[in-house]
Design a protein around this ligand. Structure first.
Ligand code: NAG
Length: 230
């Protein structure tokens, strides 16, 4: 009779410890509310060389055009295309015995562009990945077409320390940064170890549940174009 109660005591202790961890490190959106898996967010760069540029969108970065890369849209004040975050594994990473309700920093995630219309390169998934092929440049591009369980499709959110609710995205092979892309130097996402290139972002929730459908399809129209400049 003693064993189960000791076990359940330990289990409770772990849960409490986990809850405390999550309290201390949870990621927040632009409004300061915790980020949740399954919700949709616009990823908005805080400062790049494009003053008043918009959010992140899939865009052609090479010829041939597929797979697509990711750039900041040059259209000012466009929110970009929404993404959602999901946990990499069914069994969560230590020290979490259960999947956390809100997304903590340093937690292995998949990032996915959310769209019901995906007219081009649709043989690829809409998951983010980084180019880990042997032909990848030194600062490999972030691409669309990831695979849930692969290392190249795992991203983590870390605090950027550039003001409230600012974050950066990291991977096992470097931090997500921005370099001038092929189309009018629109900031293009790559992996880098150069902290000067780190992309600082905020997560803006696609909020209003009553108008979400229309605002998402509007965002889709604006975000889902092959190039970042129209
Ligand atoms: C960053 O540095 C790590 C450790 O030296 C290295 O393994 C990785 O390839 C580097 N990534 C980039 C994008 O330069």
């Amino acid at each position: 009779m003693k064993k189960p109660s000791l076990l359940s005591f330990l289990f409770t202790l772990i849960l409490v410890a986990a809850a405390v961890c999550i309290q201390g490190e949870r990621v927040t959106d632009t409004y300061g509310f915790p980020l949740s898996p399954g919700e949709q967010y616009f990823i908005q760069p805080v400062k790049t060389w494009r003053n008043n540029g918009g959010g992140l969108v899939p865009a052609a970065i090479t010829f041939p055009f597929c797979p697509l890369g990711i750039t900041q849209t040059l259209l000012p004040y466009q929110p970009g295309l929404p993404v959602s975050f999901s946990y990499k594994q069914r069994r969560p990473n230590p020290p979490w015995p259960i999947p956390p309700v809100n997304i903590p920093t340093s937690y292995a995630l998949n990032i996915k562009f959310e769209s019901n219309i995906w007219p081009f390169c649709n043989e690829f998934s809409t998951l983010w990945k980084f180019d880990d092929s042997s032909s990848a440049p030194k600062e490999p591009p972030i691409l669309i077409g990831g695979t849930r369980q692969e290392q190249n499709s795992i991203f983590m959110i870390e605090s950027a320390g550039e003001g409230e609710n600012t974050y950066k995205l990291t991977t096992f092979a470097g931090t997500v940064g921005a370099i001038p892309g092929v189309w009018f130097k629109a900031p293009q996402l790559v992996l880098t170890n150069d902290t000067a290139k780190t992309l600082v972002v905020k997560f803006k929730r696609v909020i209003d549940p009553t108008t979400a459908a229309t605002s998402i399809s509007r965002a889709e129209k604006q975000g889902l174009r092959m190039f970042p400049f129209y």
